[in-house]
Design a binder for this molecule. Structure first.
Ligand code: AVI
Length: 324
């Protein structure tokens, strides 16, 4: 694995400090959701993917199981470099990798994830399960991942961006990211991208309010991370978790809400932050899509939709795009 290295680790820590200072100094406080994925956060996210309420993972597994043959036939029996952005524990990806290997595809797989521990664990387990697969993991964020991608050779690529990770960007961010991604690959390369589709509000809200409270722990981990990594003094029981559907933005919005007037000191930032009772810190938005929106997103970014693959309940779509 290409690990972050000591310089990069301190650079990531510095960026975390700068972003926390900036985010908690704004009139509407927020912290970028990418910082939820440290070792503890990645482990909690793996637990979320097994929860009965978090339907997204099962739906996407179902999409990939039902359509792996057609995906494999469409991308053709060639040498292919598979690059996955936000690979996580790779459980869904293994469905596709296993099938492509069985069809004698000559594969290179590059999992990219902001969590070094996630990339290391995934690379180890793939090495054990698929000794023929050539793997080169990269522990970095999406944008540095795209810089790396743009420097790769002209071998044909399939980019995976699964799990509705695109839904954690605001619409303008998603548009810019997809354009940037398009510029980092070549005409004829493929992108397989997962979209959680809009559905009844209860189903969507329950996915972020599970009965075991794992999602709450996952979101709250961001304050624990500030305490751990930046010498923060957040008292976790002074914040409530709230995750609700926003009908105007078509997103589930997750906040941590201060239950009292309080000041929280963060040692490494030499700053105290003031919170009023009821004041929220925005942690994450999870946008949901219509299939028409997906089509517009593809075209705006310079892709053509080859096919949309749905799960049995039509809750989720993996959309195969080709760069034009
Ligand atoms: C990674 N991402 C697509 C997840 C989502 O559904 O927005 C993260 C998550 N947050 C709470 N539960 C899962």
């Amino acid at each position: 694995m290409m690990s972050p290295g000591q310089d990069n680790v301190s650079k990531m820590q510095e960026e975390f400090a700068v972003d926390v200072l900036k985010g908690l100094s704004q009139p509407v406080k927020s912290i970028p959701c990418k910082y939820m994925y440290d070792e503890q956060g990645s482990e909690l996210f793996s637990q979320i993917m097994d929860l009965p309420e978090y339907y997204l993972t099962d739906c996407e597994k179902n999409c990939l199981e039902s359509h792996k043959e057609i995906i494999s036939d469409t991308i053709g029996p060639s040498n292919i470099n598979i690059v996955e952005l936000g690979a996580g524990d790779g459980m869904k990806t293994k469905i596709l990798l296993k099938h492509l290997l069985e069809c004698d595809h000559d594969l290179h797989y590059c999992p990219i994830d902001i969590s070094g521990s996630a990339v290391a664990n995934l690379s180890r387990s793939l090495n054990r399960e698929y000794p023929d697969l050539r793997i080169k993991g990269l522990a970095t964020d999406y944008f540095q991942g795209l810089t790396w991608l743009s420097q790769q050779n002209h071998a044909k690529k399939l980019i995976l961006f699964l799990g509705s990770n695109i839904g954690n960007f605001s619409p303008p961010e998603a548009r810019d990211f997809l354009r940037h991604l398009r510029k980092s690959i070549n005409v004829g390369d493929y992108l397989l991208i997962g979209f959680d589709l809009k559905k009844d509000i209860n189903t969507m809200q329950s996915a972020y309010n599970d009965s075991q409270g794992i999602t709450e722990q996952f979101i709250t981990n961001i304050l624990e991370r500030i305490n751990r990594d930046l010498g923060g003094e957040f008292e976790l029981n002074c914040f409530n978790y709230s995750s609700k559907w926003d009908n105007f933005d078509n997103a589930i919005k997750s906040y941590l809400i201060s239950i009292c007037n309080q000041q929280v000191y963060v040692r490494d930032l030499l700053t105290s932050f003031t919170f009023k009772t009821g004041e929220g810190i925005h942690i994450e938005s999870s946008y949901k899509f219509t299939i028409d929106q997906c089509l517009v997103m593809a075209e705006t970014a310079g892709f053509e939709v080859v096919e949309n693959y749905f799960d049995d309940r039509n809750y989720f779509a993996d959309s195969l795009w080709i760069a034009n």
